[in-house]
Design a protein around this ligand. Structure first.
Ligand SMILES: [Fe+2]
Length: 190
């Protein structure tokens, strides 16, 4: 299939379904990692790699934020499995560390590809646990309400704005492949 760009498919989840929205995010990020796998085999794709990785990092940061701030607290309140949420938080923390490192790196740097690949593997594992264990339990506990979905959507929009992302996918003209432009982001005052 020619469809390797997952950037346009976010709107697929029904707005009232929080779990479907998270699952759609997972799918999108997975497709971006698949795209990276393809790019890393090419010699002349440094700039594309930088853009793609910048996008992956942004998607993951937004996703982690809405899970940590909205979804996990709801799960923790309603299901009798603290470990599940605790482990998910630890997994997020370790992903964030790799993301922070990648945001300071260029594709030419040592271990760049390896870090992206390992991040992808970690996310893969995390997604399997969420989709295989946490989401079914959350569904059973009936926390997947339209209200929760609305809170998540609202939070997502706010985080995207705060992180300087215009998420209607497509052209990431702002995501240049230089360290400087990426570090600047952290200093935005808006
Ligand atoms: Fe997730």
């Amino acid at each position: 299939m020619a469809d390797t760009k997952a950037s346009h498919s976010t709107a697929a989840a029904k707005p009232e379904d929080a779990i479907a929205a998270l699952t759609a995010d997972h799918k999108k990020v997975k497709a971006l990692f698949t795209e990276f796998k393809r790019l890393k085999e090419q010699d002349d794709a440094q700039e594309q790699k930088a853009e793609l990785v910048s996008r992956i990092c942004m998607e993951l940061k937004v996703h982690a934020e809405i899970e940590e701030e909205v979804f996990y607290p709801a799960v923790r309140k309603q299901i009798d499995d603290e470990d599940l949420v605790d482990e998910a938080l630890v997994e997020h923390a370790s992903a964030k560390e790799l993301i922070a490192q990648l945001e300071e790196m260029d594709p030419e740097d040592d271990l760049y590809d390896a870090k992206v690949t390992v991040l992808g593997e970690q996310i893969d594992h995390h997604v399997k646990e969420e989709e295989g264990e946490m989401f079914p339990k959350a569904k059973k506990a009936k926390i997947n309400t339209p209200e929760l979905a609305a809170q998540m959507a609202e939070r997502k929009a706010a985080v995207q704005t705060a992180l300087g992302e215009e998420d209607d996918g497509g052209s990431k003209a702002g995501a240049r492949g230089s360290k400087r432009s990426r570090t600047d982001k952290g200093m935005r005052s808006s």
